[in-house]
Design a protein around this ligand. Structure first.
Ligand SMILES: [Zn+2]
Length: 90
């Protein structure tokens, strides 16, 4: 048995997918300490993530942070050739 025997072989035609934000899921914010890797709970308020960084700095003297935001998406097939549908409007 060859190492790649589990790979599916055959013609592959890419189909069209679309990403759309999940309407009920708002953007979340998180702070992370670059010194120790600890991170805040994710929050809807970016100020809360920054406040966590300041509190962590006060407790640990760690001085480098990353603030990031993330959002949840649905992937939907929109290719008419395979019966795709229009993604829901937000
Ligand atoms: Zn830290």
């Amino acid at each position: 048995m060859s190492a790649d025997s589990s790979l599916h072989r055959g013609r592959y035609r890419p189909i069209e997918w679309t990403l759309s934000a999940i309407p009920t899921m708002v953007v979340r914010h998180v702070g992370r300490c670059l010194s120790c890797g600890e991170r805040s709970a994710d929050t809807v308020d970016p100020d809360d993530a920054q406040l966590w960084c300041l509190r962590h700095a006060g407790m640990t003297q760690h001085s480098s942070y990353e603030l990031s935001a993330f959002q949840y998406f649905n992937a939907t097939i929109t290719d008419p050739a395979v019966g795709g549908t229009t993604p829901p409007q937000t």
